[in-house]
Every structure is written in C-alpha cells, then in structure tokens.
Ligand binder design. Structure first.
Ligand code: FHN
Length: 602
C-alpha cells in the first residue's frame, strides 16, 4: 500500500511538471508583464506620443446611418453609425449581404497615414472587428471578412500596417472581444433579435471559436503595437487573462487598454469626456462629430480650436488624445474630418514642442483660461482666453526664472514679468507689442524657462481677479473619516470620480487658497443631488458665509449649477474655502463636481 502511494505521488509530480507547470509558468511569465516596471516600459513611446488617430471602419459605412430609407438614430449609442445593426435590429441574414456591396475602391492607406502625420498624430488605432462581427482583415478564423466576403479582395489592415511602417507611425487594432452581433453565443449587448434566448448562449463557444483565435491571428499576421479592446461586460477574470496570455505569447511589448477587462490593461480609456483630475495613465477617445462609424446625416463637427484645446487640456494631465475618423464605404475619410485635422496639424507644427514628451502641469490649480505642460527646464503656459488687462497671474515657482517668451516667437523676445511676494508671478502680455503670428485663437503658448526642473512654490491654489478658478473635489482636503473621494475607473462615458459617504454633518472639505490682491468673487457650485434634497450647507471663507439648500437635480449623476452669492477676499492672504454641511436630511450630502470663483470686476 505504502509503495503504491509513493508511486502515485511520483507519477503525479512527473505529470505536473510535464503538463501543468508549463501552463503555470506561462501564467508566471504573463503575470510578470503586469508589473509596473513592465507597464511603464511598454508605455514609454505611447506617453511621449500624446496624440493618435482612431478609425472606425466596417460594413456599417455602407448604410451610413440609414436603413430602408430611414435615418436610424436614437438616445445614447443608438445614434452611432456603427450601431445600426443593433439599433435597427437588422437580422444577420439581411446584414451579411452588405458585404457584397462593400468595395472601397478609393481606399488609400498611405493617404490616411499622411493625414495622420499632417495632423501630427503619432499612432493609429483601427477597428479590426467591431460589434457587427465583420473582420476588416484577411481572417483565417472566419470567412466573414473583407477579403473573402467582399468584391474588394484586398487586406486594408495589411496595407495600413505597411504604410505606418513606411511613415513611422505606430499601429493598433480595436477588437470587440465580448460583443458580436453576428454570433449566436456572444453575450454583452448581444443580438437578441436573431437569438432571443440569452440562457442558451455560451460565450465560451464564441471566445474559443472566434475571439481568441482572431486576436491570436492579429498578433501573428500584423505585429500590432496596441490591442484596443472594447466594452468588457460579461467577461470573467480568466477570460480576460486568456486574451492577455494570447497577446503576451506573441508580444510582451504590445500595449493593451483597460477594456480587456478585470484590471489587466495598461491604461484607462475615458470616452467622449476629459477627466477633471487624473492620476493614472489615460487616453481620451473622442469623435469629431457625434458618431464613430460614418453617418451621412451627422454633420455636428467640432471646430479645430475645440480639438486643439482638448489636446492641450488632456496633455496638461499627462493623458493621450485619440481622435476618431469614420471613413465612407468608398474608403474616403470625410472631407470635414480632413479639414479639422489639417488645421490642428498647423497648430501642432508651431506648438507641438509643448505637447510631445511633456509631463503634467506641476503648478496645481490654474485659472480656467490657462493650462500648463512641462518638459525639462520649461513650463509651457497655454493661454486659451486672453486675460483681462493683458495681465497673467500664475502661482509662484521655486526655481529662478531665466526667461519668459512666446513659443511661436522665433526671436524669443523676453516678456516682462515680476514675482509677487512668495505666491505669484505676474506677466504682462501687452498684446499691442506681441508678434501677431504668435497669437493663436485657440491657444497661445508662453515659455517660462527656469533653472532646473520647474517646481511649484506651493500647492495652494492662487486666486486672482484676472481669471475664474475652478475648485475640484479631487483637490480638496477632507476633514473627516467616513467622507472620502472615490477614484473609480476613468473608463466610460462620464467622470465617476466623486466624493462619497458624506453622511456625517460634522465632516467637511476645504481648499487652501491664497490671494495677492483684493478681489470680489461670485461663487457657483455645480453638483448633483436627489436623496438629500433640502439638506443645508454653507461655504465659509474669511469669516464670510454663503448658505445653500440642496436642490433636487433629478439624480445623483445629473448636474446643475447654482449661484451661492459673492465674497470679498483681501490681498496677500492665505485662507481655506470650506464647504460644510449644516444638516443632511438623507443619504450623502451631494455629488459635487466643482466650486467656481468668478471674479467680479467693479
Ligand atoms: O459601442 C462602442 C462604440 O461603437 C465605439 O466603438 C466606442 C469607441 O470607444 N466604444 C463603444 C462604446 O463605449
């Protein structure tokens, strides 16, 4: 008996080492790539790049937002061009024949890559397979692809990869790994019009038959720099790990976004909004109109100035900006998109140094019309709106200032500035004497060149009569134990970071602020509240109190702005602006988005 057990144990150890250990070893190798050191190394080029092109291209470009003569639209995702199969509940049997019409004869990968370069974008992410289930590349896994199922008979992703390599752009693939409306077993936001019985769906069949092997072939065939997964609903940890292992088997350096699911991504992916405060690596993806996939009827284009300011705002928080184009069924990027990106490129040609390879603003909270990026010994001060009386007031920096000049001024003519006590820098921007070419309607960039790496003299918010200052709850000091700031995932369609558990009326928040001269301010509060209606709170500063009764905004995610009154701040003082409950009727006091101090110029 004894020898029998020993023999069995020996056999078990042998089999374990032969078959199980390599699998665990594989997991150990994959697990090692999740280290912060590995992640930072993978993201090195990506963090410097700051700006990329998103491309949503698929069969949905054929109907282009219309079905049987009707404009297909609706609330939320229903207005999106690439959602037409879901929104119009188009059966697979009626949707598949679109492939026979799909012949993008005007497609020219080099033209697309040249536009991205002209816009000063450093990488491209294109849909390899969206929720419609159609592969935009030569897939050996599914015949439902652009080479086998259409008259086009070319591989657009292979051509794009060649063009990106030729012109020095990185290339990533978007892959909808959970949602697939062409597949009977895919879950998530699934196809319930062909296959209504959700309980009959086994996602593992879909993963094993299509998603896992397609991700593997994308790595094998095209060696992408990024895999951009989408919407990780209905995916378990081991399934996300399987996708990770597949990618890591072929490329430890391939960047993966957070939508792989279960916390396994390299960065966060806020969509259609810019986080007010960010403390993680993130990339904002955004449309140029209101749809990702091409729609004839969507002409709600953003201006180039809006795109420029978004890029600057995101870069000031050390984030990336992935701006989308939705090519037509003929293979053309819409002319309106081309024009916007060309204008952005002109600004980047002049000011790109203030975006690429920069770090987040080190000066703390700045006025609404100003952003800051930093690199080496320089601070890049981005002036969105020309300040009152040509006066720019900035928080003080510890460093000795070597020079202040306009980035676009080739002669780097020094601008006059002076320090104001320990708390501020005062720069005169006499627009009458500045070179007109250096002033851009979207953003004029000043350089403050320092001795050494610029450091803020204080993280106390400087308020002044020359600009509106916005106080964010993320930057508040919390006075209490239960009340806290919840830093959720940035992924999704809105900023979910918020104050939570504000149930104790003795707990409050505050922002240390400082002034350099006497100022009068109107104070506005932007918040959402529903359960705590009629609770009371008060803003206190310098012995002045502004009372407020919490109003019902409809829900704890629907925000409204309320004016609370005016205060006067004396110059040369440091104080703390406090927001305190007086009583809390029910739930958490309110979901605060911001408090604004708007100067009143007498
Ligand atoms: O449903 C998709 C949508 O079509 C689009 O691809 C965006 C891009 O990030 N992602 C999903 C919505 O979050």
């Amino acid at each position: 008996m004894k020898y029998d057990l020993q023999f069995r144990f020996i056999v078990f150890v042998f089999l374990f080492s032969l078959f199980i250990k390599p699998i665990l070893a594989l997991d150990e190798q994959v697990a090692a790539t999740l280290s912060e050191e590995n992640r930072k190394e993978r993201l090195d080029w990506w963090q410097d790049a700051r700006f990329g092109m998103f491309i949503h291209w698929g069969l949905y470009a054929v109907p282009a937002g219309r079905w049987k003569g009707e404009h297909v639209t609706g609330e939320g995702a229903r207005r999106l061009g690439e959602w037409i199969m879901w929104t119009a509940k188009i059966p697979v049997a009626e949707y598949e024949p679109l492939a026979k019409q799909f012949n993008p004869s005007l497609y020219d990968a080099e033209q697309w890559v040249k536009l991205a370069k002209q816009a000063s974008m450093k990488y491209i992410v294109i849909t390899a397979k969206h929720c419609e289930g159609f592969a935009m590349y030569d897939s050996d896994v599914s015949g439902y692809n652009i080479v086998d199922a259409t008259p086009f008979d070319r591989d657009p992703l292979a051509e794009l990869k060649k063009a990106c390599d030729k012109y020095g752009l990185k290339l990533g693939f978007y892959y909808s790994h959970v949602w697939d409306w062409h597949e009977p077993n895919a879950r998530g936001s699934d196809n319930t019009w062909d296959w209504p019985d959700r309980n009959a769906k086994d996602p593992n069949i879909y993963f094993e038959k299509k998603a896992y092997p397609q991700v593997a072939e994308l790595l094998q065939k095209y060696d992408p720099d990024i895999i951009w997964f989408d919407v990780p609903t209905d995916i378990r940890r081991e399934q996300s790990e399987r996708f990770l292992s597949i990618i890591r088997k072929y490329d430890p350096a391939c960047i993966i976004n957070d939508r792989i699911g279960n916390g396994l991504g390299d960065y966060e992916s806020p969509e259609q909004y810019i986080p007010s405060v960010a403390n993680k690596d993130f990339e904002v993806c955004m449309t140029l109109n209101d749809t990702w996939g091409y729609k004839i009827d969507d002409v709600n284009w953003k201006s180039p100035d809006t795109v420029i300011r978004n890029l600057v705002d995101i870069a000031s928080k050390a984030g990336n900006y992935l701006v989308n184009v939705g090519p037509t069924a003929e293979g053309l990027i819409p002319p309106a998109s081309v024009r916007i990106l060309q204008e952005v490129g002109k600004w980047m040609n002049q000011y790109g140094e203030s975006i690429y390879e920069t770090h987040a603003n080190p000066l703390g909270n700045l006025g609404e019309h100003v952003r800051c990026t930093a690199k080496d010994d320089k601070l890049f001060i981005h002036i969105f709106d020309w300040p009152e009386r040509d006066e720019l007031v900035l928080p003080a920096i510890q460093n000795k200032i070597k020079k202040v000049y306009l980035l676009a001024d080739q002669r780097k003519k020094p601008l006059s500035y002076k320090r104001i006590g320990k708390s501020g820098i005062f720069i005169r921007l006499d627009s009458a004497t500045l070179p007109a070419a250096a002033l851009h309607p979207a953003d004029t960039v000043l350089v403050i060149q320092c001795e050494g790496t610029p450091q803020a003299a204080s993280q106390t918010t400087l308020v002044d009569k020359t600009y509106t200052i916005t106080l964010h709850p993320a930057q508040a000091t919390i006075h209490g134990q239960k009340l806290r700031y919840n830093v959720g995932t940035l992924h999704g369609l809105s900023d979910r970071n918020r104050l939570v558990n504000w149930t104790d009326p003795n707990e409050y928040i505050g922002w240390p602020i400082q002034t350099i001269r006497k100022c009068h301010f109107k104070i506005e509060m932007n918040y959402a509240a529903a359960k705590s209606v009629n609770s009371e709170c008060v803003i206190e500063i310098d012995n002045q109190k502004l009372h407020a009764t919490v109003m019902n905004t409809g829900s704890e995610n629907r925000f409204q702005t309320f004016s609370l009154g005016t205060v006067t701040l004396q110059g040369g003082e440091s104080s703390e602006l406090l927001l305190k409950p007086i009583n809390i009727k029910k739930g958490s006091l309110l979901n605060l988005r911001s408090i604004k101090l708007i100067p009143i110029i007498p």
